[in-house]
Design a protein around this ligand. Sequence first.
Ligand SMILES: [Zn+2]
Length: 190
Amino acid sequence: MPETTPLPADPPGPIAIPASLSHLPVVAGLIVPWITLQTPDGRPLFGSIDAGRREWCLWQSRCQICAAALEHPTVLFAREQDLLRRRTAEPGLHPWCAHYCARACPMLAGRQRHYRRTDPDLPALLGLPQEAIRREDPAHTAARQAASAQTWFTVWVRGYRPVWDHATDALAASFADRPPLRVRRLTPLT
Ligand SMILES: [Zn+2]
């Protein structure tokens, strides 16, 4: 069985952006992940995913944060049920990108007990037409918008296999044919 080691608590204060990621766009002190959905005028919708970019990352083995080619090992974010099914809808990450994301993302860091639900009036609030959010992946959004935040893990793997997940009707990263190098609990126990 892989180890499950809780990560130490985050220090207080803003999340430092490592020098290796300093070339990435930053909004409100946070790196904008490459797969984050953006408005037509380039504003990121944190927590919403661009379906096309997510699938491109999965097919091309690119990092969901920086879009660069993944190396070995690769880190996958997974919930408990994803571990059981040995697949996740989350594209892989470089270890250093995963380290930043685990501290910066409220959902993964366990600082937010509930997902932010997409406001049905979001386009109106942003002054955008309704089709502005149409590229969002419904299956992936549904997974992220579960009623309660769940425990997340990092799964370290030597690559993954892109597969079609019939349960979510969306592309996923499968590690069914390769045992994880290690598994770590991300969300602090409460
Ligand atoms: Zn990366």
